[in-house]
Design a protein around this ligand. Sequence first.
Ligand SMILES: [Fe+2]
Length: 334
Amino acid sequence: MGVAFYKALKYGLGPVRKSKKLEIEILGAESLGVRGLCCFIGCGDRNVLIDPGIALGYKRHRLLPHPFQVAVDERIQRKILDRWQSATDIVISHFHGDHVPLADANPFQLNIRQVLGLNPDVRMWVKAPDAYTPIERERAADLALMLKTDLLAETGRHEAMTFSRPVPHGDYNSSDTVMMTRIESERVFVHASDIQLLNEEAVLQILDWRPDVALVGGPPLYLSRLSENQIRNAWRNALRLARGVDCLILDHHLMRNFEGEAWLEKLSRQSGSRVMCSADFMNTPRMLLEASRQKLYRDMPVSPSWHESYGMGTADTDAYWHKAGKLYPDLALL
Ligand SMILES: [Fe+2]
């Protein structure tokens, strides 16, 4: 289907779920078929769910999400809900709809109503409220009110977790910010979503944290507004990170088009380091479904009324899931 599939075995590194002390499971990301950068980290007696949100690019190439994308989204939503129940801590890097459940979610996002009562005692960690944008302030209030919980907004170290102060979401001109998280046990893991490798401040913080494994949001090469200068800057930052981190996982905006995938391959070659996407790390075939949306529509045509029917609960994704299983056997869909 035009999606390159290859595995973490190529690098001699797979998911580390069997480790007793630091277990990393990436649940949602563009290379796994959806928008987001959600992961579940087990370390000692803590289970930390980071960025429990999900989205699909609402319109790409003037097309709504293909039902097969929606089928993958449904399955990842179920995983996130399952991990939500066993989490001791939930961390939200920022309040964009691909990172947190929403009160007004669209059909492809997690709705706060889906997590009501699932885990009332879980601790929820968020970035400093003075860095919220107006929409983030509203979304944080919705979450706290509907879940009847306090949102813990503290930077610095708390047990195995360390939270950064807010850093730019992309370049310095953005008023949006994100909080990065470091988790330490016998190894160090860092989650740095949406920094896009466009600001040095975030990259220097990650390097200073000395991670063994870093899961980082790469540059949005699919956006035509990204300047040549920004792309060069992202490349420099990516090389620095790749050389300073034992295993660098780059995903999110970067994997929304095939140019991003090629950029990742080039980085892997030039750095000589272990650089991969989330699917590689999880030892599963890459599914750049947003990048493949036009092909999905060609391979599996969709009735013009399907999305409206799905929104009303009178259409489902089953036929598309099964058809994709036959058309793309490499995906090994179950
Ligand atoms: Fe994001």
